[in-house]
Design a protein around this ligand. Structure first.
Ligand SMILES: N[C@@H](CCOP(=O)(O)O)C(=O)O
Length: 435
């Protein structure tokens, strides 16, 4: 499989080059040259396949022969070492729980897969590489955990000061070792812009070898297909149709699901559920892409005004808005709707939503109500992070009901270590060069 830059289709690279570079030199995102198709017999028999074989079938065409089969299978096994249950919340409404990994968010999947690929590609390379990553909350912790102590790799995480939760910040700032947290006086979009600018800076790159671990990197983005297939496997014997509602910020997660659908996974429809950072829902209505400045919300990991991966979604639909609308509906919800939903679902169903899952749930319910879909349809919202990550801003009535998983309990006592920087690319460049 080759990958081209979405800024210049003539710029074509291998999987390895796409992973190691992260972003094309022209700042374009890499995109696969063709969309592989799942074997129909394999999909028809998916309930009898094991999870690792399903993931292998999904990702192998994107990797080709650039990673030997045994190595790729081991990377997948290391990535999927925790469960992805589909929990019933109400009749026809299911939560795909993606928070059972080490950092309690769906990002663990992509971060661990990418760490495995990068480790393989750099096995004979002694030059140190810097993984540069921007986070609005969850990516940073997952990348820090996935790359912690990986030889020859240093991770530099940019996060917006005061705009991530207590637990998220502890996950970013307490590992130390090969992980450094840069606390930026700005928004996630500022952090993402600074990271992307670094990739364009030839002078910087002559001193520092850089790659990205945001979902702009194909090895972070594509493995997110796995859990759509695993959810489908769990539901297909009961429901002919599945609708996924995906809480969306940088749009990498939903874009991976839509890639799986383009490969043949039978998904009836996708709902992109956003908070008030509604650039995509507005685009879907008007056709005008006009990102403003990000607004801070309770679902902070989705506080993204200019989502990187939306260009990939457009590419999947040959930039045709009518074609996209047949497969995707986008809706936005306020914090007050989010809180009311968290309280209501706990009261009625004893299911604890996190604010991102609540936004996904809202989008799903609204879509199903608007379209009047029947009992043959399973509605699935992605519960992208554990509620404890947002315990400090959870409604007072729910605070004492959120259970802290054992694997993060010790984090609260650790001391935060971060470097404060202004939202200015030159400050980042100076820091990277000096360190
Ligand atoms: N929601 C993200 C923002 C970055 O998204 P990514 O999937 O491109 O890494 C976060 O939690 O940091």
């Amino acid at each position: 499989m080759k990958y081209f830059s979405l800024q210049n289709k003539q710029h074509v690279v291998s999987f390895e080059e796409a992973v190691v570079q992260g972003l094309a030199p022209d700042k374009g995102l890499y995109f696969p040259e063709r969309i592989p198709a799942f074997d129909k017999a394999f999909l028809d028999d998916i309930v009898h396949k094991n999870d690792l074989d399903i993931a292998y079938a999904a990702i192998q065409p994107f990797v080709g022969d650039e990673i030997p089969e045994a190595v790729l299978r081991q990377i997948i096994a290391d990535t999927l070492s925790f469960p992805f249950p589909v929990e019933k919340v109400q009749d026809n409404i299911y939560s795909l729980e993606l928070f059972h990994g080490p950092t309690l968010a769906f990002k663990d999947v992509g971060a661990r897969f990418m760490a495995g690929c990068l480790g393989y590609f750099r096995r004979n390379d002694t030059r140190p590489v810097t993984v540069l990553v921007a986070t609005s909350g969850d990516t940073g912790g997952a990348v820090a955990n996935g790359f912690y102590n990986v030889p020859g790799v240093r991770v530099v995480i940019l996060y917006p000061s005061g705009k991530v939760s207590t637990l998220q910040e502890k996950q970013l700032t307490t590992l130390n070792g090969n992980i450094t947290a840069l606390e930026i006086d700005g928004t996630f979009d500022d952090c993402q812009r600074m990271v992307k600018t670094a990739f364009l800076d030839g002078e910087l790159q002559s001193h520092v070898m850089l790659t990205s671990a945001n979902s702009i990197n194909v090895a972070r983005w594509l493995p997110q297909m796995f859990y759509y297939l695993l959810a489908y496997k769990q539901l297909v014997t009961r429901y002919p149709d599945v609708v996924f509602s995906v809480p969306s910020g940088n749009f990498g997660n939903i874009c991976a699901g839509m890639m799986a659908a383009a490969m043949g996974l039978p998904v009836k429809h996708f709902v992109a559920s956003t908070n008030v950072n509604d650039t995509v829902p507005r685009f879907m209505q008007t056709g005008a892409y006009t990102p403003g400045k990000a607004t801070a919300t309770l679902s902070n990991a989705m506080d993204v005004a200019d989502p990187s991966n939306f260009v990939r979604i457009l590419e999947l639909f040959a930039n045709s808005l009518p074609a996209l609308k047949n497969k995707l509906t986008a809706m936005s919800f306020s914090d007050s709707e989010t809180v009311a939903t968290m309280e209501q679902v706990w009261k009625d169903d004893q299911y604890m939503l996190d604010p991102h899952g609540a936004v996904g749930y809202l989008g799903l319910k609204k879509y199903l109500a608007d379209t009047g879909l029947d009992k043959n349809t399973a509605g699935v919202f992605l519960e992208t992070a554990h509620p404890v990550k947002f315990a400090d801003t959870a409604p007072a009535s729910l605070q004492d009901k959120i259970v802290t998983p054992e694997r993060v309990q010790s984090l609260y006592a650790l001391k935060k270590v971060s470097v404060q920087l202004p939202a200015d690319y030159n400050a980042l460049k100076q820091w990277l060069t000096a360190n």
